[in-house]
Design a protein around this ligand. Structure first.
Ligand code: ZN
Length: 122
């Protein structure tokens, strides 16, 4: 992997980590407030139209982030360590190359798709 690519992922990981560490509580409040407004007559503030389309996705994403927050932080730290060691982008299980598309989606993933699937079904 090119050094510039690694640096780009490094930025992503740092941003993700900062968000997980700092904003989880705020994100939870936003997610719960939004879900509360969905089922009842709104007595809160009006929602901007632009927000409506992404509400469900954002909420699911936020809640799943919270569930695995600790695990994710560990994975992010491990990924940053692998960057230092020069092995970032390689599967820790089979030593295969992790496709960039997968890293774009989950920059802290330690395994390739094959190994991830093997783990999940194990
Ligand atoms: Zn693998």
């Amino acid at each position: 992997m090119k050094k510039s690519d690694v640096l780009a992922f490094k930025d992503k990981l740092h941003a993700l980590r900062a968000r997980l560490r700092g904003d989880v509580t705020a994100m939870a409040q936003v997610a719960l407030r939004k879900s509360g407004m969905e089922g009842s007559d709104s007595n809160g503030m009006p929602i901007h139209m632009a927000e409506l389309g992404s509400d469900n996705f954002e909420q699911e994403f936020t809640l799943s982030l919270m569930e695995t927050e600790e695990d994710t932080l560990e994975l992010i730290d491990a990924a940053l360590e692998r960057m230092e060691g020069g092995t970032f982008g390689r599967c820790i299980q089979c030593d295969g190359v992790i496709p960039k598309a997968r890293l774009n989606a989950i920059p802290y993933t330690p395994v390739c798709i094959k190994c991830a699937e093997a783990r999940e079904s194990a």
